[in-house]
Ligand binder design. Structure first.
Ligand code: HSE
Length: 442
């Protein structure tokens, strides 16, 4: 029997407006797919908007909306972690299902929010929180449910990828591209979250939990942004057959021959990847997530990672799922929030940053002295660090040369020690620039 499903949209920024537009454009299709009437009855907004359908009630008291017994699903697209958290908790206590795009809130408070949702037998859906319009949460929680996921690597911040692509391809300045990303509705309210890697770290924390069945641990994600990447490094990397991409990487680590991992790496940083890999060719606002699972192998998910339409698409897909939950007999049934049942979450530790294993791109500024390269390579070999490639450019300043070294994977603490020794050499005139490198073998 056809029902009438009532939605409230809290927040009318880029995403909230996108949801209203989507419903306006695709309502007939959504009804055909769900078999039910879908209506936005309330929007939560501080300022009255004249361009909104007069049948929709505009309300500034968000608590009144989430307590309204007539509303079935609350869509939280306010962002931030204070008001958004309060209204989501109150919506849950009022027995409402929630859809949110708020990765910062879930990455930092998701354990508490999901526990409350379990207690009240409601669902908090968050497809829009990770990788914009790409249905990666659904894929990992449902389509890959038969697999053991070993690692994943993703370009999961559209703004950062857009900035790096425009700088590389068109020589535009960082500030100029960031301003455009803000105008296009890609960037966070505070764009530092995008360029410092925090937004990607939020998303990685969510992806890692549903990949490995661990509680959310945003505070343990190693995080570096894109602000220190220079055109010079982009060019050298290209000469060696690599592209620099800002990646989020989550990987189980095993001791040789063992089945059970001893730890998990969670890291977000610029990474050199071979230019012939698909991920190296994900440009502009596009996101992509490469998932390596057993027995499936590698699969790649690609699409728009930010923007009103992409995010609204993910929000409404969650709404459609929840309509099914609301309109079948078994109301309480849903996919576990973190993909694994709460009692089965694992306590495998997230490894400290100095235990990460990765290859490196090193750029040294050296005096053009006899034997300097021999000193550097000896230090690397003393620490068991295997060199994969060396590029030495002719002296570009009087008597000084840039030297580029690519290494095979090594434990980060060894690289830290080696870099300290290299920087202490008389012939090394500047701090060593290091960018991590991953061959993305799969
Ligand atoms: N600021 C985010 C990005 C929005 O650029 O990816 C989508 O989460």
């Amino acid at each position: 029997m056809s029902k009438s499903i009532k939605l409230a949209v809290l927040g009318l920024g880029t995403v909230g407006t996108g949801v209203l537009n989507l419903l306006n454009d695709n309502l007939a299709e959504l009804k055909r797919r769900s078999g039910h009437d879908i209506t936005i009855t309330h929007v939560g907004t501080r300022r009255h908007r004249d361009d909104i359908d007069p049948n929709i009630c505009q309300e500034s008291d968000l608590m009144a909306i989430v307590r309204n017994p007539n509303i079935d699903i609350v869509i939280e697209v306010i962002g931030g972690q204070t008001v958004a958290k309060e209204v989501i908790l109150e919506a849950i206590k009022n027995g409402k299902h929630v859809v949110t795009a708020n990765k910062a809130l879930l990455a930092e408070h998701g354990n508490e929010i999901f526990a409350l949702a379990e207690q009240y037998h409601v669902h908090v859906a968050y497809e829009a929180a990770v990788a914009g319009g790409i249905p990666i949460i659904k894929v990992m929680r449902e389509a890959l449910a038969a697999n053991k996921i070993d690692w994943l690597a993703g370009i999961i911040n559209g703004t950062g990828n857009f900035i790096m692509t425009e700088m590389r391809d068109k020589g535009r300045t960082f500030e100029d591209v960031l301003t455009e990303a803000q105008a296009l509705g890609y960037a966070e309210a505070d764009p530092t979250f995008d360029v410092a890697g925090i937004d990607a770290a939020h998303k990685l924390a969510l992806l890692a939990s549903i990949a490995f069945g661990i509680p959310l641990q945003f505070d343990k994600v190693y995080c570096e942004g894109i602000t220190d990447i220079t055109l010079q490094d982009v060019t050298y990397a290209q000469e060696l057959g690599y592209r620099i991409k800002h990646l989020g990487i989550a990987a189980r680590r095993y001791h040789d021959g063992q089945q059970k991992e001893y730890g998990i790496e969670l890291r977000v940083h610029p990474t050199l990847i071979p230019e012939d890999k698909l991920l190296a060719n994900v440009n502009g606002v596009k996101n992509a997530v490469l998932v390596n699972a057993h027995p499936l192998g590698a699969t790649l998910y690609y699409g728009d990672g930010a923007g009103a339409g992409a995010t609204a698409s993910a929000v409404m897909a969650d709404v459609m799922d929840l309509i099914r939950v609301l309109t079948v007999e078994n109301h309480g049934h849903h996919v576990p929030h973190l993909a694994f049942i709460p009692e089965a979450l694992s306590d495998t530790p997230v490894l400290p940053a100095d235990q990460m294993q990765t290859g490196y791109y090193l750029r040294l500024q050296a005096k053009d002295n006899l034997g300097v390269l021999a000193d550097v390579t000896r230090i690397l070999s003393d620490f068991g660090i295997n060199i994969d490639a060396i590029l030495q450019k002719p002296a570009h300043k009087q008597g000084e040369v840039p030297v580029i070294i690519l290494t095979l994977p090594v434990i980060e603490s060894k690289m830290n020690d080696a870099i300290k020794k290299i920087e202490a050499l008389d012939a090394i005139t500047a701090k060593v620039v290091r960018i991590r490198l991953d061959e993305l073998a799969s």
